[in-house]
Design a protein around this ligand. Structure first.
Ligand SMILES: Cc1cc2nc3c(=O)[nH]c(=O)nc-3n(C[C@H](O)[C@H](O)[C@H](O)COP(=O)(O)OP(=O)(O)OC[C@H]3O[C@@H](n4cnc5c(N)ncnc54)[C@H](O)[C@@H]3O)c2cc1C
Length: 407
């Protein structure tokens, strides 16, 4: 069988290899001058290629359509990914949070290893080859047409063109066009794993301030949407970023920003009452000092004037003179410091795209279209996305393997 794979990113490279290993003729079409441009920038150049957890623990990290992902993950999980890359000659290591990286800390090793093996299996790699159209006959994929006008006939077509984030790497949403002209539904693409921009003027000078051991809570009006684990976040000047914020963005990206309320819990280890008791102890100890000394004990220094301002209490006020109401309000602000959301940052700067080809039109076992036979969609072009930690690349590999198993 002859198969055209459209897009030489993470999913297209692995699909090409696994299909070729099954003895088929594969033509891999990549519009860039090199393969896997996005892989080079993953994991800050180190490529967090998968996460060592499997099963339910893995699925808990899938934000969109975990049920759809389940059968491909069961059949090709992170153990299979690790085995594949070790077999390709890339030694791996597992770091904090079960994140898996190449021992060399070089993302380029991942792409190079795949490319070497593709050549060994005679995959016809065509760089600078942009696919313009998927050719179909009687609801069956029969080949592709390139921008140059060249037509390549094949028995099957795999679309692995990625989403629309970081478009300079080549992912410019072409797969959505291929899907919609062939009748597939598209779930509107929105940014995921992205910074959140804020309206709060008093937080503009905090650029670079990082918060550790905090929790971020997200609400739609009064309804709780998501509470993060304890972790880190960062002020950027026009908003917030960092691990907790990226996770939150994936959970709130389809809510009208006007209705989103975010709160930082600065003391997640203490319940309301325990925090009140701790505060009372501090107040006794610091009674002769100024309010700013009390705040400095509880918060990073840069936040002290902001807290005092938001509480409407002078920094120079004596701790012993704080009223019961002021103490109560301080507790409330420490447990729920409100952030006013303007919007999520642009999709071009999002680590992944949420949305894409609707999984309702795709068979979960093989990634074949339910509408056009022998047409497959894999990787980020699908309406699937996950938290950080190696889960998105694993989705690319699992869906690639599911597709290859159909040949
Ligand atoms: C900065 C950053 C860091 C990241 N770090 C991690 C990480 O450490 N771990 C993790 O799990 N995930 C990470 N991700 C996410 C992960 O990189 C993606 O989810 C994954 O690369 C998606 O793979 P894909 O094959 O679906 O798409 P892509 O990797 O985007 O590949 C799509 C390919 O298709 C090509 N293409 C597009 N249209 C056409 C066309 N018409 N004709 C021919 N070729 C075409 C593109 O040029 C591109 O090469 C990161 C993403 C970014 C942006």
């Amino acid at each position: 069988m002859k198969v055209c794979v459209v897009g030489g990113g993470a999913s297209g490279l692995v699909a090409s290899l696994l299909i070729a290993q099954r003895g088929h003729e594969v033509v891999l079409l990549e519009k860039n001058e090199k393969l896997g441009k996005k892989i080079y920038i993953t994991g800050k150049g180190r490529c967090n290629l998968t996460n060592a957890v499997t099963g339910n623990e893995f699925l808990q990290n899938i934000v969109t359509n975990p049920k759809f992902v389940m059968s491909s993950e069961v059949r090709f999980n992170s153990n299979d990914t690790m085995e594949l890359f070790e077999d390709l000659g890339v030694p791996l290591k597992v770091e904090r949070g079960d994140r898996v990286f190449p021992k060399s800390d070089k993302a380029s090793d991942i792409t190079k290893a795949l490319e070497r093996r593709l050549k060994l299996f005679n995959v016809d790699i065509r760089l600078n080859s942009e696919v313009k159209e998927i050719l179909t006959e009687e609801n069956k994929a029969v080949g592709v047409k390139l921008s140059s006008g060249e037509v390549i006939n094949s028995d099957a077509v795999v679309v692995s063109t990625g989403g629309v984030s970081y478009p300079l790497t080549g992912s410019t949403g072409d797969g959505y066009k291929f899907a919609s002209v062939t009748g597939h539904r598209i779930v509107e693409p929105v940014p995921a794993l992205v910074a959140i921009l804020l309206n709060d003027k008093d937080l503009k000078n905090l650029s670079g301030l990082s918060l550790k051991n905090v929790v971020l809570k997200g609400y739609e009006k009064k309804k709780e949407i998501y509470t993060t684990e304890v972790g880190e976040m960062l002020f950027t000047g026009n908003g917030v970023s960092g691990p907790l914020v990226l996770s939150m963005s994936s959970k709130i990206n389809r809510i009208d920003p006007k209705n989103i309320k975010l709160y930082i819990d600065f003391k997640p280890g203490l319940g309301d009452f325990a925090l009140f008791q701790r505060l009372e102890r501090d107040i006794v100890e610091l009674k002769a000092k100024q309010f700013s000394s009390l705040l400095e004990r509880l918060l990073p220094k840069a936040l002290v004037p902001i807290f005092a301002q938001r509480l409407g209490v002078l920094r120079s006020k004596k701790v012993s003179q704080l009223t019961a109401e002021e103490r109560q309000k301080l507790c409330e602000l420490l447990k729920g410091f409100p952030l006013s959301v303007d919007r999520l940052d642009d999709i071009e700067r999002a680590v992944v795209t949420s949305g894409g080809v609707s999984v309702k039109d795709i068979k979960p076992k093989s990634m074949e279209s339910k509408l056009v036979s022998k047409l497959y969609f894999i990787g980020e072009v699908l309406d699937i996305d996950a938290f950080t930690g190696g889960f998105n690349l694993q989705l690319a590999f699992s869906t690639a393997a599911a597709c290859a198993s159909d040949f």
